[in-house]
Design a protein around this ligand. Sequence first.
Ligand code: ZN
Length: 378
Amino acid sequence: MNFSFEVLKADSGGARRGRLTTPHGAIETPVFMPVGTQAAVKSLRNEALEELGARIILGNTYHLYLRPGHELIRKLGGLHKFMSWDRAILTDSGGYQVFSLSELRKITDEGVRFRSHLDGSEHLLTPEKASEIQLALGSDIAMVLDECIETPAPREIAESAVKRTTAWAKRARDFFLKCGSRNGDLNQWQFGIVQGATFADLRRESAQQLLAIDFPGYAVGGLAVGEPHDVTCEMTAVTTELLPKNKPRYLMGVGRPEQLADYVALGVDMMDCVLPTRAARHACIYTCEGKVLIKNARYAQDQRPLDPECSCSVCKRYTRAYLRHLFAAGELTAAILATHHNIHFYLDFIRQIREAIEFGNLAKFSSEVQARYAAGPA
Ligand SMILES: [Zn+2]
């Protein structure tokens, strides 16, 4: 068996310290997964990601399907070989991007018809197609196509999206089980996605329906899309309560550093977010004291590292004054250095969360972080 997940330790509150094993290596959980939308984590070389200790990154089905095309990637040996990344990859289903980026989308029970945001060409993404694309990419973990809706959503819209998400999940699972094995061995794990917007009963209903289909892992989708943090937590909690203890749980698209510990406390094992990479390109640096907006004039002569407590290679070598200058001058190096530090910060932060679970003091760790962030940078 190429895949496994084991919970090594669970604390009394529900946080779990685990290990997810894939054909491309083992991943300590809870894990934060950097986002490599178009087969690249923006402004980082894979060498840097390896140096930073990233064990799993995300790839984006919608983008890779439209460009360069999944058949081309299949022909070139799969996504790992194409992008020269030997560690694990999780691909999303493309659903979220179809719903947020593409034009003229039309949703039917069959799938989503949409026009490419690149050239206006028309495409049909079905649950089977989303699975087929991800099999061609050869990611370690694939996600089923789900119906993503805008929130806040009226109840009837959320209800119908849950119904369709379940029907699509069944089709995706059937297709995957028929086509996803080589010599009887599964080379990919497929996760289901719980929807239900901000309605607790719909979240429970969605979770129960997906449990009946039986996936090796489950994601919580459609959250952290503008609703208050306590609502995200409440919806996550009602979902994780129902999910099997022996399977990984993935909360999609989160979050801010100070929120990660909250999600872990609710039993979440995996998270991803564009925040550390996107913020870096906008000169926003995450530090142990909160966000530093490095373009600010107050850093013009600041000889300190970006984060005085950080051990990354950027903080060891460069000053805030230098980074501020690079951003002001529009140098590409600014994004490279800032992204390197931000990803280091996130991966180190989640490492500290894992350690806190092991020592049984996650709640204390979390409240210390909140207090430091509330005080703000010096
Ligand atoms: Zn650093």
